[in-house]
Design a protein around this ligand. Structure first.
Ligand SMILES: CC(C)(COP(=O)(O)OP(=O)(O)OC[C@H]1O[C@@H](n2cnc3c(N)ncnc32)[C@H](O)[C@@H]1OP(=O)(O)O)[C@@H](O)C(=O)NCCC(=O)NCCS
Length: 190
């Protein structure tokens, strides 16, 4: 677990998601707008069945890593990656920030923490599938890497987990600053 301050001074806590966080996870899901749920799950009105909830919360933090960010009132963001079976140094990435907390640098912090954790367990790159219409996520990931190819309504991005391999720009500078801070302070298992 580690405490950070967003650039506006808000204190947040970052830690690994635990199976006991089921209620935190469900509360965050219910606080997410329909639009954000659609952009995250690529489905209109996604319903979580019991087995989806178990899959998304009972993670082993090695092949499936999930990190949560907590604000003063509870969970505000979740980020995860799932190692690919046939390419174990590569993983599928997903980030979700509650609507009220977007545009405050939370996803940048979360991505830096996921990169840190990924590198510690031998994952060299992430892939992210982002709907063409998802302007916020496309703006964010395009600042890191160009899209690799299109898959139907989505773009697939492949990005290195080493922030030094990213281009120099404002977003990457913030990502690297979080990554250095995390490397100094976060224990490998969060
Ligand atoms: C995409 C998402 C994770 C970004 O989270 P966030 O905490 O708002 O992102 P940050 O504040 O760290 O912003 C990082 C950069 O992303 C880009 N960005 C984020 N939101 C943006 C928006 N609404 N419009 C344009 N650019 C945006 C900007 O480049 C921003 O840097 P800047 O603030 O210096 O301009 C968030 O919008 C989200 O959860 N959306 C719903 C779920 C989803 O789409 N997940 C992505 C699928 S993997």
């Amino acid at each position: 677990m580690a405490r950070f301050r967003l650039s506006d001074g808000t204190p947040v806590i970052l830690r690994a998601l635990r199976p006991a966080d089921r209620e935190v996870f469900l509360a965050a899901f219910s606080n997410l707008s329909d639009r954000s749920r659609y952009l995250r799950f690529h489905k209109l009105d996604p319903r979580l069945r019991e087995r989806d909830i178990a899959y998304l919360t009972e993670v082993d933090q090695n092949n499936h890593v999930a990190l949560a960010v907590f604000g003063p009132q509870g969970g505000i963001a979740l980020g995860r990656f799932v190692r690919l079976v046939d390419e174990p140094d590569h993983a599928d990435l997903a980030l979700t920030v509650l609507d009220a907390w977007q545009r405050r640098g939370v996803a940048t912090l979360l991505l830096a923490a996921l990169m840190h954790r990924a590198r510690a367990i031998g994952i060299k790159s992430f892939q992210a599938s982002v709907l063409d219409e998802n302007r916020p996520a496309r703006a964010m990931i395009s600042a890191l890497v160009p899209p690799d190819h299109r898959e139907g309504a989505a773009w697939l991005y492949r990005l290195p987990t080493d922030p030094d391999l990213l281009p120099d720009n404002r977003l990457v500078a913030r990502l690297r600053a979080w990554h250095s801070d995390i490397t100094r302070r976060l224990r490998p298992n969060g």
